[in-house]
Write a protein of this length. Structure first.
Length: 587
């Protein structure tokens, strides 16, 4: 048995000269190249870098979860256990007891056919911590501790019945159920709204302080790093290129890659003069101007069998002028994407009007509506899902021209090559397929396809949310340059306020299907009048540790002024731990 003082004296997780290679049909892939890293009790170490740098592979070695084609060298120690020396039975005992994982996407991490209670008690029973009614009581207590209301009722629900933030809290509850010495959090907030993200970070911070748990935080969000980390390790192509305190790495980076990574991060509050992106002025207001998009008293409802219709959008009115970018922001479920789809004619309005270039879209005949759609482009959030996997890139980009019978084969090919050059892709991708491109390249293809008909209105639905920061910066620079060249109007849907601050001329803020605030970018993002907008802005992290600490304190003060307390773990002595079978039963 290991005493608490012994546990706290050394690292709870250490990698020594870790080397990982994957054997594939095309040869060996060297994913991690001899890195050394430690996590101590009560410490948050952020492992940062772009996709493919080896972050997640490194974390998976600590749990022994790499696939069979992996060849691992070096040492991995969790607590006092060398992971490479454990058999399958010992690995299962270590997972949960000594090291736990919080995965990026809780909907795929949780079993959709089992209740929340079953999934929580499963961990408790497998590790001999509690059984039967005692396990149910412990599961309810765990949900209460991670801030989920009515835990007894939630235990009977399934994952799809909870919100994204609640599902992530359930995953954290499972992770802390066996009192692990170290938690590996792999992009734990990527899919969450800024307010939910801030609550989850408060929760993890409370865990670290009250349970003395070490946390290895894997992320590409530098705002989250500034908010959470004590130390930072930067990975690039399998190598550890820089380590240091959060202040040293974020404020005084030494390695060229770290500098390039930080230079690509948009900073909320700095407006449009950052990342070297050209400033595009809003078009001048003209008398009797016909707007590209105008919504008046828009109501959108979803019909439900046996229930009254659900009102997703309620009495929304705003417009997008020619050459203008309007940012549409708000939390998940606020109606942002629904409004975008309605503007494209993909879902009907229950009442109100949508005018495209002065035409009442809902009153048009099918032929006229198709002609109007030719003047509209769309960029979806996930390029992997929106691009046809069976078509080569050239055909994907040219498809709108084929649908609208524009040009012949040679002229379409010329247009595709022109757009590939505009979005900075080589001509060689013309005959390649989507799966052969990176995420950033696929999103560039989506932009090229959206612009192939030279639209006058572009609807962009979270177009950069799935991209690394450096790829995001290049896509945003390209987007701004193209908007300046083609002068299209754009409805830009996003929950990333820093990106909206960078691109938009005006901002519309949605909450529960209603507009709570709208105005110029400066007025809404720098001087918000409504409580909801203030919450959104206060919850958005910035990539500078000192400023982020100040913003976090201001956010807590703001919540207190609204009569709310910061979500914290309410831990009673002995609540978390080995439970009925005391600590001596643990290996």
């Amino acid at each position: 048995m290991t005493t608490t003082s012994e546990q706290s004296s050394g690292p709870v997780l250490s990698f020594t000269d870790l080397d990982v290679r994957f054997k594939t049909e095309f040869g060996s892939v060297h994913a991690v190249k001899g890195i050394s890293l430690e996590v101590h009790p009560g410490e948050v170490v952020a492992l940062v870098g772009e996709s493919g740098s080896g972050k997640s592979v490194t974390s998976m070695t600590a749990l022994g979860l790499l696939p069979k084609n992996a060849r691992t060298g070096g040492g991995i120690v969790v607590g006092e256990r060398a992971v490479g020396e454990l058999d399958e039975r010992e690995l299962r005992r270590m997972r949960g007891n000594d090291v736990a994982m919080v995965f990026q996407e809780p909907m795929t991490a949780l079993n959709p056919v089992l209740t929340i209670g079953t999934q929580l008690t499963e961990a408790l029973e497998l590790h001999g911590i509690a059984f039967g009614r005692a396990a149910d009581e412990r599961a309810a207590e765990l949900l209460r501790m991670v801030g989920i209301p009515e835990p007894e009722r939630r235990l009977k629900q399934y994952p799809h019945e909870l919100s994204g933030g609640q599902r992530q809290r359930v995953v954290i509850a499972i992770a802390i159920s066996c009192d692990p010495r170290v938690i590996i959090a792999d992009e734990p907030t990527t899919a969450l709204d800024v307010t939910v993200q801030a609550d989850i970070l408060d929760l993890l911070r409370s865990l670290k302080d009250k349970l003395n748990t070490g946390i290895l935080l894997i992320t590409h969000n530098m705002g989250v790093v500034a908010d959470m980390a004590d130390r930072v390790a930067v990975m690039f192509k399998g190598n550890l290129v820089e380590t240091g305190s959060v202040d040293q790495v974020l404020n005084h980076p030494q390695h060229a890659y770290t500098k390039r990574l930080l230079d690509a991060v948009p900073h909320l509050g700095r407006g449009r003069d950052q990342l070297g992106i050209a400033h595009v002025e809003a078009p001048p207001v003209e008398e009797n101007e016909v707007h590209a998009l105008r919504m008046e008293n828009l109501v959108i409802e979803y019909q439900r069998a046996g229930k009254p219709p659900f009102r997703a959008v309620d009495d929304v009115s705003f417009s997008v002028r020619q050459g203008e970018v309007v940012g549409l922001v708000g939390e998940s479920g606020s109606g942002k994407s629904t409004i975008g789809r309605c503007a494209l004619g993909l879902i009907p309005a229950a009442s109100g009007t949508i005018r495209l270039f002065g035409e009442d879209f809902g009153a048009l005949r099918r032929k006229d509506a198709k002609a109007l759609r030719r003047r509209i482009g769309v960029i979806f959030q996930d390029p992997a899902a929106s691009l046809n996997p069976r078509l080569p890139i050239g055909d994907i980009i040219a498809e709108p021209m084929v649908v609208h019978k524009i040009g012949d084969k040679k002229s379409r090919e010329r247009k595709v090559h022109e757009l590939l050059e505009a979005v900075e892709l080589p001509r060689s991708v013309y005959n390649r397929y989507p799966h052969e491109l990176s995420g950033g390249q696929r999103q560039r293809v989506s932009v090229a396809r959206a612009l192939v008909l030279e639209p006058e209105l572009l609807v962009a639905d979270e177009p950069t949310s799935a991209l690394d920061v450096s790829v995001q910066a290049s896509v945003l620079a390209m987007f701004t340059e193209l908007q300046q060249r083609y002068r299209f109007a754009c409805l830009f849907v996003s929950h990333d306020l820093a990106v909206v601050d960078l691109l938009a001329h005006r901002v519309v803020v949605l909450q529960n299907g209603k507009i709570v605030e709208k105005g110029s970018r400066e007025d809404v993002l720098q001087n918000p009048q409504q409580e909801y907008t203030q919450r959104l802005l206060a919850a958005a992290p910035v990539p500078e540790p000192g400023e982020q600490r100040r913003r976090r304190e201001e956010r807590h003060a703001l919540l207190a002024s609204f009569g709310e307390s910061v979500a914290e773990l309410q831990l009673d002595e002995g609540t978390i731990g080995a439970g009925p079978l005391d600590e001596s039963t643990r290996e």
